[in-house]
Design a protein around this ligand. Sequence first.
Ligand SMILES: *Cc1c(COP(=O)(O)O)cnc(C)c1O
Length: 448
Amino acid sequence: MPDTVAGAFGLIERDHGLVWHPYAPLDGPRPYAVDSAEGIRLSLTASSGETFEAIDAMSSWWCAVHGYRHRSLDAAAHAQIDMFSHVMFGGLTHAPAVRLAERLTAMAPGPMAHVFFADSGSVSVEVAVKLSLQYQAARRRPGRQRILTVRGGYHGDTFVAMSVCDPVDGMHASFGSILPRQVFAPRPPQARLVEQPGGATTWEVDDHELDVWADVMRASAAEHADEVAAIVVEPILQGAGGMRAYHPDCLRVLREIADEHDLLLVLDEIATGFGRTGRLFAADWADVAPDVLCVGKALTGGYLSLAAVLTTGEVGSLITGSQHRSLLHGPTFMANPLACSVANASLDLVEASWQASVGSISTLLRHHLQAARTIDGVVDVRVLGAVGVVELAEPVDVAVATRTALEHGVWIRPFRNLIYTMPPYVCEPDDVAAIAQAMVHACAACAA
Ligand SMILES: *Cc1c(COP(=O)(O)O)cnc(C)c1O
């Protein structure tokens, strides 16, 4: 493939009408071509032929937390390629998978004892739901086949994962009766993490709203307990459903409800895991231990698609003691060795530096995004960990916002009425400032 500007331009035309892009029509706006990626920067060519150097403020949809071409991730991939890139996992095992499973169970919130490797986040949610149904069947409650969740969630695009997404945002109406009907409770009231002088943080929420929500949640669980297998939620931060945080007490309420009715608590940490929210796992904000945990996205530092479902010894032994004895799933590329090797290298980096990096990015985002508050049309600015969000009153013109940010050296991909960043952890203070400024310019351009 030619790597010249003209080559990239030809590429965009060949792409157009041939390849579908996520949630985009075949005749939609032309994408930018990636000429190269290094550190936190993308080199892009537009369909007009213009070129841009841009900080990737999206971490490639929240996964490239260490940036591109990271030496130790590259080295891990090369070393594994020189041994074997893939082997089947049926009847075989390998060091990268075992090591990764040991590390994930050790670092996860709660006493996790078993790991199932899946090939994407959505598939891990499917597996978590299968696991929950098999668990209930093993407890001789086969009638418990629905999922209790809250509105405003996002859990992936496959059918069962989609059925747990917010019914409106998830476009359930487009798919009719093939989608299982889940039980939806209201979304938890929005909370925000406030930084006190001196750096300590406290959660702020309307206590009354929280109490009302908890009562509704409890009532909903009580009403449906005999048909529900599990509660599935994103802990603390709802991501693609609106980048909104909720109070750790809400998660504690969900844990109580799950215990009371013997439901599994499935926490989807695909977006929040590995430090993003300012805790290693978002569940750590509430000191809540899940029964089932899904991780993905940043697991491989954004190099390869890999996800994992973790569960407790108790759930594991019930499955083993049940009719089928196994978890009924087994993808072709299960525990892909390349992906597991890179994930191990990524966890080394996460463990060494997530806390300092995310802490400093958080403080800088809080400071630099203040400027957005004065722009007409901006209704909220919020920061949680290394997540910075500017909410506008109206839906964002994605083309205008993207273009404006690129002119200021930053790649963003807004959705709905949100201009946000989830930057790579390796951003320097100047990079974070540049991201925030570009976001502010993008907001102004959309408001104009
Ligand atoms: C992205 C995401 C998923 C889906 O992961 P894919 O790898 O895109 O299938 C599921 N849950 C959450 C919370 C996510 O952010």
